[in-house]
Design a protein around this ligand. Structure first.
Ligand code: COA
Length: 165
């Protein structure tokens, strides 16, 4: 399926990340409204978390722009270690501004992340909150399967070699 929204996806230089961190933090907080149990909420925590995400793998910190404005981002880390699968690509965070939900932006971000992960990995995995029905529906639609649980978190994974979304 084609994206329904004109969206430009790219990585950020450290300077760009620094300049945009507050905007990205605002998108993160808005996206988790009503789901705060799965998110950081204090501004200082959110900023430290975003820095940690970015520094962990700048090439996998993907930001979606619509009309020049950031509207979502996905943070992946390559070479994550999974007990069952060994080295995998891991999606740590993934948010789209609620004003832009259901317009294909999440799909576009995930597609770009998978394109990049598939250079080195056959699997991508993530943890999602058990009560996060929207995200679980999204990931299932994108071909992820639920393979485990730890407390309030559900583990999902997707085989990505020679596959497209
Ligand atoms: C998960 C999230 C990133 C999806 O972003 P999005 O841009 O709205 O997703 P898309 O528009 O690309 O959706 C693609 C498909 O996923 C499915 N989907 C998306 N949102 C859904 C929902 N609320 N309910 C059911 N299915 C949904 C649909 O099949 C959709 O296709 P369709 O609109 O043609 O039916 C977004 O809901 C979000 O930011 N959630 C809050 C933060 C979060 O929970 N992140 C995940 C952390 S693990």
């Amino acid at each position: 399926m084609e994206e329904r929204e004109q969206v430009d996806i790219r990585t950020l230089s450290p300077q760009e990340f620094w300049a945009q961190r507050r905007r990205l933090g605002d998108i993160y907080r808005r996206a988790y409204r009503g789901l705060e149990i799965y998110a950081y909420t204090f501004p200082g925590e959110v900023h430290s978390y975003l820095r940690w995400l970015y520094r962990g793998d700048p090439e996998m910190f993907l930001v979606a722009y619509n009309g020049g404005e950031p509207v979502g981002f996905l943070s992946g880390h390559r070479y994550w270690y999974d007990r069952q699968l060994g080295e995998v690509g891991n999606i740590h965070e993934f948010v789209v501004d609620p004003e832009f939900h259901r317009r294909g932006i999440g799909r576009a971000l995930l597609r770009e992340a998978i394109r990049r992960f598939s250079r080195d990995h056959s699997w991508v995995m993530l943890w999602v909150g058990e009560g996060n029905k929207r995200a679980r529906a999204f990931y299932r639609k994108m071909g992820f399967e639920e393979v485990g649980r730890a407390g309030i978190w559900i583990k999902m994974r997707k085989h990505i070699s020679k596959e497209s979304l």
